[in-house]
Design a protein around this ligand. Structure first.
Ligand code: 1CP
Length: 344
């Protein structure tokens, strides 16, 4: 049997001399070839729903850098759209959605099992990728965590403090929890279909987990992630799950045990030495270089990259940024990071 892919070995708990590497938002606007494909598609959502072009942009960073994993090109907001929310992107600003703030809005949403009518092209993208990816490159599927997805569905856009979602959670907890439950059920079905189509790992992005405090973190970040992971593990026990509770700080401690995920993705706000002692003790971690190094480059990039590899070298580790690469990044700095990790 062929040696398992590097990232699968890390996720199974193996400590490797050179960690596997991929990069959050590795397909994106910092790459000229991405911008060309996006133009061809017309707009961002048309790119997400065009399997040939979505597979092409997924492959672009693999061709350029030979990352150990490819991440499906799609977006966390495809789930709200598949549940019946209106979704559009305003150039230079970001996503906009119709809002869910009342029982009447919620009643208009589709049942969880209706999502595949809209998300079918995403599964087709995955099927194409399973044929086109190099044999040592793993394919990562993903979805947003229910809390993060709910923050967009309630506010109708990205928000600095998730204020509208917190307001609804306080004013109408029953409605808030019904929404979270609908997203959780849809996410289980969505990720299951991604796995059926060929995703070998799935990642749950809780980009706004950091604004949940105390019991609310347990109820609305930990619990939905645990429910999704348990449902997937029951059906696909060998498929690893990566959790990303961005901004959770100390609450990264015990996150893997509490949710059942195989790996915790660390944001760049976390001190690596602290994370090695407190989070990596429970298993694989991913991260956590500050993405601003992809803009600034030079010796500081090399030093910071080496330091992260070194600090996490005593346990299972997947090298990554601590959040997505930004559109102003220089593609040459990405190459410098890859070469540094691989010891060239
Ligand atoms: O071309 C463009 O202008 C669109 C920019 C873009 C891209 C490249 C968006 C809009 N989404 C994506 C792709 C994307 N989004 C991927 C593809 C795979 C890859 O990483 O290469 C993934 C995994 C995501 C995940 C995602 N979308 C998250 C979670 C991760 C994170 O960054 O915290 C979130 C919060 C979103 C929502 C979203 N989609 C796009 C934007 C600009 C945003 C953030 C909006 C906001 O909060 O204001």
């Amino acid at each position: 049997m062929a040696t398992p892919k590097k990232i699968l070995r890390a996720l199974a708990g193996e400590t490797q001399k050179t960690p596997p590497i991929w990069m959050m938002r590795q397909a994106g606007r910092y790459l000229p070839e991405y911008r060309a494909s996006r133009e061809k598609a017309g707009d961002f959502l048309s790119l997400c729903y065009n399997p040939e072009l979505a597979a092409e942009v997924t492959l672009q960073p693999i061709r350029r850098y030979g990352f150990d994993a490819a991440i499906l090109f799609a977006d966390i907001l495809l789930v709200p759209q598949a549940l019946g929310a209106d979704l559009w992107f305003v150039t230079g600003e970001g996503p906009r959605l119709s809002t869910i703030t009342s029982e009447a809005d919620f009643a208009k949403l589709k049942p969880a099992d209706a999502i595949h009518d809209t998300t079918a092209p995403v599964y087709e993208t995955i099927r194409l990728l399973t044929r086109e990816l190099p044999e040592d490159t793993a394919l990562i599927g993903f979805a947003g965590a229910p809390w993060t997805v709910a923050t967009y569905m309630i506010a109708g856009r990205g928000t600095p403090d998730q204020g509208p979602a917190h307001a609804l959670r306080q004013a109408n907890p029953a409605l808030f929890e019904a929404l979270l439950d609908r997203i959780t059920k849809a996410t289980i079905l969505y990720l299951s279909q991604q796995i059926e189509a060929g995703a070998e790992v799935v990642k749950i992005f809780d980009s706004w987990a950091g604004s949940l405090q105390g019991d609310d973190f347990e109820r609305y970040a930990l619990e939905p992630c645990r429910e999704i992971t348990a449902a997937l593990k029951a059906k696909y026990p060998t498929v690893p799950v990566i959790g990303f509770p961005r901004g959770a700080g100390d609450k990264n401690i015990g996150f893997a045990k509490a949710t059942g995920v195989d790996c915790v993705a660390l944001d760049y706000g976390l001190d690596a030495t602290w994370a090695a002692a407190n989070v990596q003790v429970d298993g694989c971690v991913q991260g956590n270089l500050d993405p601003s190094h992809m803009v600034t480059g030079g010796q500081p990039l090399i030093d910071a990259t080496r330091a992260i590899v070194q600090v996490f070298s005593k346990g299972p580790h997947i090298f990554n940024l601590g959040h997505g690469i930004t559109p102003d990044a220089n593609p040459q700095n990405v190459q410098l990071m890859v070469d540094t990790v691989r010891g060239a």
